[in-house]
Design a protein around this ligand. Structure first.
Ligand code: SF4
Length: 361
C-alpha cells in the first residue's frame, strides 16, 4: 500500500473564506464554526506547538489552512494569514505551510506569493473529472481546470494533493474510476477521497429532502472505493485519507450518507475478503484453512467484529479459519497455506503466485 510520511499538521479552518459560491454538498460549518482572525491563528499555532507538539522531535510540522479557497480570497487577506506563520518558519518551529483551494484559483501571482511565504503543499478540490457531475454539484469549474492546476503546481515545484468525492449528484462508479484514471495520469503526490454526505445547511439537504438526491449506501461506497484504492496502489499514488474525520461539528450536521469513522479500514477489509475468497475458490484446502498476512494486516483480514471470517465460513461452509501474521509477507499480501507450501495474492499487482514455500514457511 502506498504510504506517505505525513507531517504533523496544525489545522487552521477558514470556513468558506474565498469561496466564490457555495458548492451544493458543502457546509464548512460542519468542520469549524467561525473564521479565526490572523492574530488568533498566531496564538493557536503557538499554543498547539507548546501543548500538543512539544515532544514530536524531528517530524515535519506544517500549518494547514483548510476549509475555504485560500487562493481565491483577497490577496491582502491571504497574505495577512501567511504573515502570521512567518515567525514560526523563521524560528524553525514550523517547517512549511499547506493550503487547500479550488483548481480555478491558482493564477501566477497567487503561486508567487505562496512560494514566497513558505507554502510547500497545495491540496486542490477536483472532486470529479466529469463535467456533468461538476455542473450538477455547482462547482463552478470544469475538469480541465483541475488538469491545468495540477500540471502548473507540479511545474512550480509544489507538493500536490487532490481531493475527489464519490456519490455526488450524477456520479456513477464508472465516472469515479474515469476521474481517478485522469488524476492518476497527472501523478499527484497524494489523493484524498471522501463520499458525498448530506449535511445540515448544505444545498444538498434540500434536494435530499425533496427525494431528488440519494447518497450512496455504505456498501456502495465501499465497493467503489475498493476499486479506486486498488488502482491508486497499482499506480503507487499515496492515499492520504479515505472519508472525513469524525468531529463533533460533523456529527451535529450529518443527516445522511455513507459516513464511517474508519472507512479506509472497511475498504481494506473488503479487499482482504475478496482476496481470501479468490484463494479459497481456487485452492479449496479442507475445512480449516490457514491464512497468513503481515501482522499489521491481521485486523483488516479478520474484518470488523470478525466479519470476514464469519462471511468466509458461511460462504465456503468451513468449520473454522485460522489467521496468522508473518513479517515476511508484504503489507496487503495474503497467503493461503497449502500442503505443499502456500498460494497467495500480491494485492498491488493483484498477481496470483504459487510456490511460496521458500519465502513464507
Ligand atoms: S467545496 Fe470548497 S470551494 Fe466549494 S464551498 Fe466548500 S470550501 Fe468552498
Amino acid at each position: 500500500m502506498a504510504m506517505i510520511k505525513t507531517p504533523l499538521i496544525i489545522p487552521v479552518f477558514l470556513p468558506h473564506l474565498g469561496c466564490p459560491e457555495r458548492c451544493l454538498f458543502c457546509n464548512q460549518k460542519a468542520t469549524a464554526k467561525s473564521v479565526p482572525s490572523p492574530q488568533a491563528v498566531r496564538e493557536f499555532i503557538d499554543v498547539s506547538l507548546n501543548h500538543f507538539f512539544s515532544h514530536q522531535g524531528e517530524r515535519e510540522k506544517q500549518v494547514a489552512f483548510y476549509g475555504g479557497s485560500f487562493t481565491a480570497m483577497d490577496q491582502e487577506d491571504s497574505v495577512s494569514y501567511l504573515k502570521e506563520v512567518r515567525p514560526f518558519l523563521s524560528s524553525r518551529r514550523i517547517d512549511s505551510i499547506r493550503i487547500s483551494t479550488r483548481p480555478d484559483a491558482l493564477h501566477e501571482k497567487a503561486l508567487t506569493i505562496l512560494k514566497e511565504y513558505g507554502v510547500k503543499t497545495i491540496e486542490i478540490g477536483a472532486q470529479s473529472m466529469i463535467d456533468e457531475v461538476l455542473i450538477q454539484s455547482k462547482r463552478g469549474h470544469c475538469a480541465e481546470d483541475s488538469v491545468s492546476a495540477i500540471l502548473r503546481l507540479k511545474h512550480w515545484g509544489f507538493e500536490v494533493g487532490v481531493h475527489l468525492m464519490i456519490g455526488l449528484p450524477g456520479d456513477t462508479c464508472d465516472y469515479f474510476l474515469r476521474s481517478l484514471d485522469r488524476i492518476i495520469d497527472l501523478k499527484p503526490d497524494f489523493i484524498r477521497i471522501h463520499p458525498a454526505l448530506v449535511l445540515k445547511g448544505a444545498s444538498l439537504e434540500t434536494l435530499w429532502k425533496l427525494g431528488k438526491y440519494s447518497p450512496l449506501t455504505l456498501n456502495e461506497a465501499v465497493k467503489w472505493l475498493k476499486k479506486g484504492i486498488l488502482r491508486l496502489e497499482r499506480a503507487s499514488i499515496t492515499v492520504a485519507r479515505i472519508g472525513l474525520q469524525t468531529t463533533r461539528e460533523l456529527e451535529e450536521h450529518l443527516l445522511a450518507g455513507p459516513f464511517h469513522p474508519a472507512l479506509h479500514q472497511l475498504v481494506d477489509s473488503a479487499i482482504f475478503y475478496d482476496m481470501a475468497k479468490y484463494l479459497l475458490r481456487n485452492d479449496p484446502n479442507g475445512p480449516q484453512p490457514v491464512f497468513i498476512c503481515h501482522p499489521k494486516d491481521l485486523s483488516a483480514l479478520k474484518g470488523q467484529r470478525n466479519g470476514n471470517i464469519l462471511g468466509l465460513k458461511n460462504c465456503f461452509n468451513l468449520r473454522d479459519i485460522f489467521v496468522s501474521g508473518n513479517q515476511d509477507i508484504q503489507r496487503g499480501g495474503l497467503v493461503l497455506q497449502t500442503k505443499t507450501g502456500g498460494v497467495g495474492i500480491d494485492r498491488k499487482s493483484l498477481s496470483f503466485f504459487r510456490d511460496l514455500s521458500s519465502h513464507v514457511f
